[in-house]
Design a protein around this ligand. Structure first.
Ligand code: GN1
Ligand code: MG
Length: 360
């Protein structure tokens, strides 16, 4: 647990509006440590401790994030979509991040006040608007110079590689946990062929590379607390060149699910067709024209694939001894894997209807 004195010393490295007088940890998110800090003049900021085990190259990470924030900020000035962008505050010594004497990496964003985020969405209207927002995000970045972006985490959504990593972790079985997750392991093995589909299409040049968010989990959208309109797309750490289908699939995985990622009662987990339809319509209304026919065709499959991939990642981390995702209990990653695989099964049973909906 970090002390207030440490927070004050770290925050003082950034060009903020005064001395920090209070801080609150924000629990949302599986990777970075996040704090809301308030300065003497009442201004709020978001202080973040970047997880350098996950993001190994801070320079590439912060260059990507800062470039995309600046680009989006400019675009949004001239847009009537009502959204705002994140902004990285500079350090007093220059640059956009600070390395403290313990080697920890810190950055400060604007705090998006009067906002809410959800880990489960129940309202189709809200999810329709989320689809519009992510479609807009994709469109606003369509003319971003993609060659300026580095690979923050190489092969992030390379599902085939994620699957190979699962096999390696099962082989090593460092914690002796494989015996406790054989049904889940077999579930993944039965879908090995699926894991290659999108990466093969990309390698064959049949799907276009785009600037993608790569973590379009529903809690990475902040909604205005009064109007419930999407206000800001956050968590830009994984913005990289990728496939539009990664972003669509991950949004459905997290937002059309009827239960939280770590729900223990699997009976509560399914994919809501109503929510899927709402998102798809919203997304197509803003991103539709820029999509190729093949991208559109693979929208339903991407929901299945990204859910499978996420489950595979949780299972791999469970086998590795919980070294990647933050966990609150020893079987947390296994519980998360089970919700994802339950969702995959449900999506499989609904794919035909999902295809009809995506065709419009
Ligand atoms: C992580 O930090 P958070 O919760 O936004 C992860 C995503 C996963 C997600 C699953 C950099 O995102 O890829 O889909 O957990 N981010 C990274 O909850 O690995
Ligand atoms: Mg997040």
């Amino acid at each position: 647990m970090i002390s207030f004195d440490e927070i004050k010393t770290i925050s003082a490295q950034f060009a903020l509006s005064g001395e920090v007088v209070s801080f609150t940890p924000i629990e949302e998110g599986n990777i970075n440590g996040t704090y809301k800090i308030t300065c003497a003049d009442g201004a709020d900021y978001l202080l973040q401790n970047v997880n350098t085990a996950v993001f190994r190259n801070t320079d590439i990470l912060m260059r990507n994030v800062d470039a995309v924030c600046t680009f989006l900020g400019e675009k949004l000035k001239h847009s009537d979509c009502g959204m705002i962008s994140l902004y990285c505050y500079p350090c007093r010594a220059g640059g956009k991040y600070h390395v403290d004497p313990l080697g920890r990496v810190w950055r400060v964003y604007n705090y998006v006040g009067n906002s809410v985020c959800y880990s489960i969405l129940t309202s189709p209207e809200l999810f329709y608007k989320t689809g519009r927002a992510f479609g807009t995000f994709q469109n606003l970045l369509a003319d971003f110079p993609i060659e300026a972006l580095g690979d923050t985490i190489p092969d992030f959504h390379n599902t085939a590689k994620r699957y190979e990593n699962l096999l390696k972790s099962a082989e090593r079985d460092v914690k002796g946990r494989l015996a406790s997750c054989m049904p889940e392991f077999e579930f993944a093995r039965a879908r090995a062929e699926d894991t290659r589909v999108l990466t093969d299409l990309l390698a064959a040049g049949r799907l276009p590379l785009r600037v993608t968010h790569n973590d379009t989990k529903i809690n990475n959208i902040l909604f205005d607390a009064d109007t419930l309109e999407p206000k800001c797309v956050v968590d830009l750490d994984t913005v990289m060149p990728g496939l539009s289908l990664y972003d669509f699939g991950d949004a459905i995985r997290s937002g059309a699910a009827t239960a939280a990622e770590d729900e223990t009662d699997l009976a509560k987990m399914s994919m809501s067709l109503e929510l899927y339809e709402a998102y798809t319509k919203g997304y197509l209304s803003t991103a539709g024209e820029s999509l190729t026919d093949l991208e559109r065709e693979y929208l339903p499959f991407s929901a299945k694939l990204l859910t499978l991939e996420c489950g595979i990642r949780f299972l791999t981390d469970y086998l590795d001894g919980d070294v990647y995702f933050k966990t609150k209990r020893p079987d947390h990653n296994l519980i998360r894997c089970r919700t994802q695989f339950k969702l995959v099964e449900d999506i499989e049973s609904k794919l035909d209807r999902m295809k009809e909906i995506a065709r419009g």
